[in-house]
Write a protein that binds this ligand. Structure first.
Ligand code: PMP
Length: 281
Protein backbone atom coordinates (compact mmCIF):
# COMPACT_ATOMS: atom_id res chain seq x y z
CA UNK A 1 0.00 0.00 0.00
CA UNK A 2 1.31 3.45 -0.89
CA UNK A 3 1.03 6.46 1.39
CA UNK A 4 0.75 10.02 0.19
CA UNK A 5 3.45 11.82 2.19
CA UNK A 6 3.45 15.51 1.38
CA UNK A 7 3.78 15.41 -2.43
CA UNK A 8 5.40 11.97 -2.68
CA UNK A 9 4.06 8.45 -2.78
CA UNK A 10 5.93 6.20 -0.36
CA UNK A 11 5.70 2.69 0.96
CA UNK A 12 4.39 2.61 4.52
CA UNK A 13 7.66 1.20 5.85
CA UNK A 14 9.53 4.12 4.27
CA UNK A 15 7.43 6.80 6.00
CA UNK A 16 9.10 8.44 8.99
CA UNK A 17 7.31 10.81 11.36
CA UNK A 18 9.50 13.07 13.47
CA UNK A 19 9.04 12.86 17.27
CA UNK A 20 8.51 16.63 17.22
CA UNK A 21 5.77 16.58 14.64
CA UNK A 22 3.10 18.80 16.19
CA UNK A 23 0.32 16.35 15.35
CA UNK A 24 2.14 13.81 17.51
CA UNK A 25 2.89 16.13 20.43
CA UNK A 26 -0.08 18.51 20.48
CA UNK A 27 -2.70 16.98 18.19
CA UNK A 28 -2.01 20.21 16.29
CA UNK A 29 -3.62 19.44 12.98
CA UNK A 30 -6.80 18.49 11.18
CA UNK A 31 -8.12 15.51 9.26
CA UNK A 32 -10.81 14.11 7.00
CA UNK A 33 -12.22 10.64 6.36
CA UNK A 34 -13.60 10.20 2.87
CA UNK A 35 -15.54 7.18 1.67
CA UNK A 36 -14.49 5.51 -1.57
CA UNK A 37 -17.14 3.54 -3.45
CA UNK A 38 -16.25 1.67 -6.63
CA UNK A 39 -12.89 3.49 -6.81
CA UNK A 40 -14.50 6.93 -6.60
CA UNK A 41 -14.21 9.29 -3.63
CA UNK A 42 -17.71 10.22 -2.40
CA UNK A 43 -18.43 13.95 -1.95
CA UNK A 44 -14.69 14.70 -2.12
CA UNK A 45 -15.16 18.42 -2.83
CA UNK A 46 -17.31 18.84 0.28
CA UNK A 47 -14.69 17.08 2.42
CA UNK A 48 -11.88 19.24 1.02
CA UNK A 49 -13.90 22.40 1.56
CA UNK A 50 -14.46 21.37 5.18
CA UNK A 51 -10.71 20.66 5.52
CA UNK A 52 -10.05 24.19 4.30
CA UNK A 53 -12.52 25.62 6.84
CA UNK A 54 -10.90 23.64 9.68
CA UNK A 55 -7.47 24.84 8.52
CA UNK A 56 -8.59 28.51 8.49
CA UNK A 57 -10.09 28.25 11.95
CA UNK A 58 -6.85 26.87 13.47
CA UNK A 59 -4.71 29.30 11.39
CA UNK A 60 -2.94 26.55 9.44
CA UNK A 61 -1.94 27.21 5.85
CA UNK A 62 -2.78 24.22 3.70
CA UNK A 63 0.31 23.27 1.69
CA UNK A 64 -1.69 22.75 -1.56
CA UNK A 65 -4.70 24.08 -3.35
CA UNK A 66 -7.85 21.98 -3.12
CA UNK A 67 -7.50 21.10 -6.83
CA UNK A 68 -3.96 19.80 -6.25
CA UNK A 69 -5.16 17.83 -3.25
CA UNK A 70 -8.02 16.35 -5.24
CA UNK A 71 -5.56 15.28 -7.97
CA UNK A 72 -3.16 13.66 -5.52
CA UNK A 73 -5.90 11.81 -3.65
CA UNK A 74 -7.23 10.44 -6.93
CA UNK A 75 -3.69 9.35 -7.85
CA UNK A 76 -3.38 7.61 -4.48
CA UNK A 77 -6.62 5.69 -5.10
CA UNK A 78 -5.29 4.61 -8.52
CA UNK A 79 -1.84 3.64 -7.23
CA UNK A 80 -3.40 1.45 -4.55
CA UNK A 81 -6.01 0.02 -6.92
CA UNK A 82 -8.41 1.02 -4.20
CA UNK A 83 -12.09 0.28 -4.76
CA UNK A 84 -13.96 0.26 -1.46
CA UNK A 85 -13.23 1.73 1.98
CA UNK A 86 -11.94 4.87 3.66
CA UNK A 87 -9.45 7.44 2.54
CA UNK A 88 -7.82 9.05 5.57
CA UNK A 89 -6.12 12.41 5.25
CA UNK A 90 -4.45 14.56 7.87
CA UNK A 91 -2.47 17.77 7.90
CA UNK A 92 -0.21 18.59 10.82
CA UNK A 93 1.29 22.01 11.53
CA UNK A 94 4.67 20.36 10.93
CA UNK A 95 7.84 19.68 12.88
CA UNK A 96 9.64 22.13 15.18
CA UNK A 97 11.29 22.14 18.63
CA UNK A 98 8.52 21.59 21.17
CA UNK A 99 6.81 24.82 22.15
CA UNK A 100 3.08 25.52 22.32
CA UNK A 101 3.13 28.69 20.21
CA UNK A 102 3.27 28.29 16.43
CA UNK A 103 6.79 27.76 15.08
CA UNK A 104 8.04 30.45 12.68
CA UNK A 105 9.36 28.04 10.10
CA UNK A 106 7.54 24.78 9.97
CA UNK A 107 6.09 23.26 6.84
CA UNK A 108 2.67 21.63 7.32
CA UNK A 109 2.82 17.89 6.66
CA UNK A 110 0.11 16.12 4.70
CA UNK A 111 -0.40 12.38 4.99
CA UNK A 112 -3.08 10.30 3.29
CA UNK A 113 -3.67 6.58 2.99
CA UNK A 114 -6.38 4.12 2.06
CA UNK A 115 -8.02 1.62 4.35
CA UNK A 116 -10.24 -1.13 2.91
CA UNK A 117 -13.64 -1.40 4.68
CA UNK A 118 -17.00 -2.98 4.00
CA UNK A 119 -20.23 -1.03 4.28
CA UNK A 120 -21.72 -1.64 7.78
CA UNK A 121 -24.77 -3.42 6.40
CA UNK A 122 -25.56 -5.46 9.53
CA UNK A 123 -25.67 -2.36 11.74
CA UNK A 124 -27.73 -0.53 9.14
CA UNK A 125 -30.28 -3.33 8.92
CA UNK A 126 -30.56 -4.22 12.60
CA UNK A 127 -29.76 -0.89 14.23
CA UNK A 128 -27.24 -0.26 16.99
CA UNK A 129 -27.29 0.34 20.74
CA UNK A 130 -25.94 3.60 22.17
CA UNK A 131 -25.23 5.20 25.52
CA UNK A 132 -25.36 8.86 26.49
CA UNK A 133 -22.18 10.51 27.74
CA UNK A 134 -21.30 13.95 28.99
CA UNK A 135 -19.88 16.10 26.19
CA UNK A 136 -16.52 17.03 27.73
CA UNK A 137 -14.98 18.10 24.39
CA UNK A 138 -13.71 21.59 23.68
CA UNK A 139 -16.02 24.23 22.19
CA UNK A 140 -14.83 24.16 18.56
CA UNK A 141 -16.44 20.88 17.63
CA UNK A 142 -16.96 22.24 14.10
CA UNK A 143 -13.18 21.93 13.57
CA UNK A 144 -12.18 18.41 12.51
CA UNK A 145 -9.24 18.50 14.90
CA UNK A 146 -6.77 15.68 15.52
CA UNK A 147 -7.46 16.12 19.26
CA UNK A 148 -9.93 13.28 19.70
CA UNK A 149 -9.48 12.32 23.33
CA UNK A 150 -13.01 13.34 24.34
CA UNK A 151 -14.43 11.20 21.54
CA UNK A 152 -12.04 8.31 22.24
CA UNK A 153 -13.02 8.13 25.93
CA UNK A 154 -16.74 8.29 25.15
CA UNK A 155 -16.49 5.63 22.42
CA UNK A 156 -14.57 3.34 24.78
CA UNK A 157 -17.23 3.79 27.46
CA UNK A 158 -19.84 2.76 24.86
CA UNK A 159 -17.80 -0.31 23.90
CA UNK A 160 -17.31 -1.24 27.57
CA UNK A 161 -21.12 -1.29 27.80
CA UNK A 162 -21.42 -3.37 24.60
CA UNK A 163 -22.77 -0.41 22.65
CA UNK A 164 -21.61 1.00 19.33
CA UNK A 165 -21.90 4.75 19.89
CA UNK A 166 -21.92 7.37 22.65
CA UNK A 167 -24.37 10.24 22.26
CA UNK A 168 -22.96 13.44 23.70
CA UNK A 169 -25.05 15.60 26.06
CA UNK A 170 -23.90 19.14 26.81
CA UNK A 171 -25.85 21.09 29.47
CA UNK A 172 -28.76 18.70 29.01
CA UNK A 173 -28.77 19.17 25.20
CA UNK A 174 -28.12 16.34 22.73
CA UNK A 175 -25.26 17.46 20.49
CA UNK A 176 -23.98 14.55 18.36
CA UNK A 177 -22.39 11.12 18.54
CA UNK A 178 -18.70 10.62 19.39
CA UNK A 179 -17.97 10.08 15.68
CA UNK A 180 -21.38 10.69 14.10
CA UNK A 181 -24.18 13.24 13.85
CA UNK A 182 -27.50 12.41 15.45
CA UNK A 183 -31.07 12.73 14.19
CA UNK A 184 -34.34 11.86 15.83
CA UNK A 185 -37.85 11.55 14.44
CA UNK A 186 -40.86 12.77 16.40
CA UNK A 187 -44.38 12.90 14.92
CA UNK A 188 -43.06 12.75 11.35
CA UNK A 189 -40.54 15.55 11.89
CA UNK A 190 -36.78 15.09 11.63
CA UNK A 191 -34.83 16.89 14.37
CA UNK A 192 -31.10 17.50 14.62
CA UNK A 193 -28.78 19.92 16.43
CA UNK A 194 -28.09 23.11 14.43
CA UNK A 195 -24.75 23.29 12.61
CA UNK A 196 -22.95 25.60 15.04
CA UNK A 197 -19.68 25.18 16.99
CA UNK A 198 -21.13 22.44 19.23
CA UNK A 199 -21.09 19.81 16.47
CA UNK A 200 -19.07 18.73 13.46
CA UNK A 201 -20.84 19.82 10.28
CA UNK A 202 -21.04 16.29 8.93
CA UNK A 203 -21.07 15.75 5.19
CA UNK A 204 -23.50 12.83 5.68
CA UNK A 205 -25.66 15.11 7.87
CA UNK A 206 -25.80 17.57 4.99
CA UNK A 207 -26.64 14.83 2.46
CA UNK A 208 -29.36 13.52 4.81
CA UNK A 209 -30.91 17.00 5.07
CA UNK A 210 -30.90 17.27 1.25
CA UNK A 211 -32.55 13.85 0.95
CA UNK A 212 -35.17 14.79 3.57
CA UNK A 213 -35.95 17.87 1.52
CA UNK A 214 -36.32 15.81 -1.66
CA UNK A 215 -38.55 13.31 0.14
CA UNK A 216 -40.57 16.18 1.64
CA UNK A 217 -39.83 15.11 5.19
CA UNK A 218 -40.12 18.16 7.47
CA UNK A 219 -36.89 19.07 9.27
CA UNK A 220 -36.13 21.16 12.32
CA UNK A 221 -32.50 22.06 13.08
CA UNK A 222 -33.15 22.85 16.74
CA UNK A 223 -31.62 21.87 20.04
CA UNK A 224 -33.42 19.20 22.04
CA UNK A 225 -32.90 17.74 25.48
CA UNK A 226 -31.66 14.32 26.54
CA UNK A 227 -35.11 13.28 27.81
CA UNK A 228 -36.69 13.73 24.38
CA UNK A 229 -34.40 10.95 23.09
CA UNK A 230 -36.36 8.38 25.10
CA UNK A 231 -39.61 9.72 23.71
CA UNK A 232 -38.41 9.64 20.07
CA UNK A 233 -40.22 7.58 17.44
CA UNK A 234 -36.90 6.89 15.68
CA UNK A 235 -33.24 7.78 16.16
CA UNK A 236 -30.40 7.42 13.68
CA UNK A 237 -26.79 8.47 13.36
CA UNK A 238 -24.96 9.59 10.22
CA UNK A 239 -21.33 9.54 9.18
CA UNK A 240 -19.06 8.84 6.24
CA UNK A 241 -18.37 5.30 7.46
CA UNK A 242 -21.77 4.44 9.03
CA UNK A 243 -23.84 6.25 6.33
CA UNK A 244 -27.36 6.33 7.87
CA UNK A 245 -27.61 3.90 10.77
CA UNK A 246 -30.61 3.35 13.09
CA UNK A 247 -30.23 3.53 16.88
CA UNK A 248 -32.70 1.13 18.52
CA UNK A 249 -31.64 1.40 22.15
CA UNK A 250 -30.23 4.22 24.28
CA UNK A 251 -28.97 3.67 27.85
CA UNK A 252 -30.72 0.28 27.84
CA UNK A 253 -34.09 1.79 26.88
CA UNK A 254 -35.83 0.73 23.67
CA UNK A 255 -36.44 3.46 21.08
CA UNK A 256 -39.82 3.29 19.28
CA UNK A 257 -40.63 -0.38 18.73
CA UNK A 258 -36.96 -1.39 18.85
CA UNK A 259 -36.64 -1.75 15.07
CA UNK A 260 -35.28 0.64 12.43
CA UNK A 261 -38.14 3.08 11.78
CA UNK A 262 -39.91 3.86 8.48
CA UNK A 263 -38.45 7.36 7.97
CA UNK A 264 -34.94 6.08 8.73
CA UNK A 265 -35.44 3.32 6.17
CA UNK A 266 -36.70 5.73 3.50
CA UNK A 267 -33.65 7.92 4.02
CA UNK A 268 -31.35 4.88 3.93
CA UNK A 269 -32.88 3.80 0.61
CA UNK A 270 -32.48 7.29 -0.82
CA UNK A 271 -28.86 7.41 0.38
CA UNK A 272 -28.13 4.06 -1.23
CA UNK A 273 -29.27 5.45 -4.57
CA UNK A 274 -26.45 8.02 -4.38
CA UNK A 275 -23.81 5.28 -4.10
CA UNK A 276 -22.23 4.08 -7.36
CA UNK A 277 -24.25 1.01 -8.36
CA UNK A 278 -21.32 -1.41 -8.69
CA UNK A 279 -20.55 -1.08 -4.97
CA UNK A 280 -20.86 -4.35 -3.11
CA UNK A 281 -22.65 -4.62 0.24
N1 PMP B 1 -19.47 14.20 14.29
C1 PMP B 1 -18.25 13.81 14.68
C2 PMP B 1 -17.77 14.20 16.04
C3 PMP B 1 -17.44 13.05 13.82
O1 PMP B 1 -16.21 12.68 14.22
C4 PMP B 1 -17.95 12.66 12.55
C5 PMP B 1 -17.16 11.81 11.61
N2 PMP B 1 -15.84 12.11 11.51
C6 PMP B 1 -19.23 13.08 12.19
C7 PMP B 1 -19.96 13.86 13.08
C8 PMP B 1 -19.81 12.72 10.85
O2 PMP B 1 -19.26 13.50 9.82
P1 PMP B 1 -19.22 13.00 8.33
O3 PMP B 1 -20.63 12.71 7.93
O4 PMP B 1 -18.65 14.13 7.57
O5 PMP B 1 -18.36 11.78 8.30
Amino acid sequence: MMILYDDQFKKREDVRIDIEDRAYQFGDGIYEVIRVYDGKPFYLKEHLERLEKSAKKIRLNLPYSLDELEDRLNQLIKQNDFTQGNLYLQVSRGTAPRNHAFPKNSAPLLIAYTQPAERPVKEQTEGIRAITAEDIRWLWCDVKSLNLLGAVLAKQEAHDKHCKEAIFIRDGIVTEGSSTNLFMVKDGMLLTHPADHFILHGITRKITLQLADQLQIPVSEKKFGKESLFDADEIFITSTTMEICPVVEVDGKTIGDGCPGPLTRRLQEAFKRLIPSKTEA
